[in-house]
Design a protein around this ligand. Sequence first.
Ligand SMILES: Cc1ncc(COP(=O)(O)O)c(C=O)c1O
Length: 355
Amino acid sequence: MSRFWTTTVSDLTPYVPGEQPASQSLLKLNTNEHALPPSEAVMTAIRACQAEQLRRYPDPTAKGLREAIAQTESLTTDQVFVGNGSDEVLAHIWLSLLADRPVQTLDTTYGFYPVWAQLYHSTLTEVPVRADFSVDVDALMASEHAVVLANPNAPTGLALTCQEIERLLAGNPNRLHIIDEAYYGFGADTVAPLINQYDNLIVSRSLSKSHALAGLRVGYALAHRDLIEGLNRVKDSFNSYPLDAVAQAAAKVAICDASWQAQSVAVITESRSKMTEKLEALGFEVLPSSANFIFIQHRVLSGRTVFDGLRQQDILVRRWDKPRVENWLRITVGTLAQTNALLAACAALCAAEEA
Ligand SMILES: Cc1ncc(COP(=O)(O)O)c(C=O)c1O
């Protein structure tokens, strides 16, 4: 605390990201990085970067990357915004479109939303999810306030269908909807094809999960060009060159590598099915996930007991000390070998409980 802090900074409760342990011996299933390494084509693009690309400033508009995204999504380049991870994209969305305004989200969702609401002075209503963690679309429709939803939701992994989100969009053309598709690519519907139909929709995406590029820090938003122009006004008032030259080159190749995506999603889907089936057999409740993580609770053991028990066996997962979810754990889907290690550790915990 310094006497020079502004009131906003003094009042902030910053987001706490999942632990990034230095030890390589831990099985790290706590921050939903992709289980596989990125595509070889991406690594080749990074190695091909020239000193001259680093000496000079990068393209402030990331035109090549935005063109590749636009082409993949059948949109135009002016409907695409890119940023330094989707957290930065979402922060710019918040500042340009939600600051000083009332906003609604869910009571069980991504923990960064309340932080941006505080930073940018939005009054945030947290609409409760139902007892089974499903989203009450009617409750969101009852208010005219802008809606921020993660789809699939985090930490539950549950997804709304495209039709359910379209009901919200059509229900009030003057209500803005931010759909955070950070976990796009693992089975949930996307609403990106609705961008040309609805100017009250912004979709944000991340290359951190779907493309195994969390370390590169690339995210993007898709929306009507007037909304994108608003984001560019904020970006150009904050940091004109958010994406470095290496990130632009690598992300462009990643976006175009459809075969890596198809192969890698098959690995995640297989691991996720195995985790679900075997954990259920061990007495865990597992929510149906459309993401590269699962959300589970044991019928007898507390969330804290399972978290600590896994940690003692060198497995790191994510747990929150919040009333609705304190007995639940969010676990990243790993490779099949990692899944086997997780299942063996869970089986040992359950056996110890029964002994
Ligand atoms: C729901 C959700 N949105 C956005 C992000 C931010 O992702 P990134 O900044 O890595 O693109 C995350 C990261 O975990 C997330 O869970």
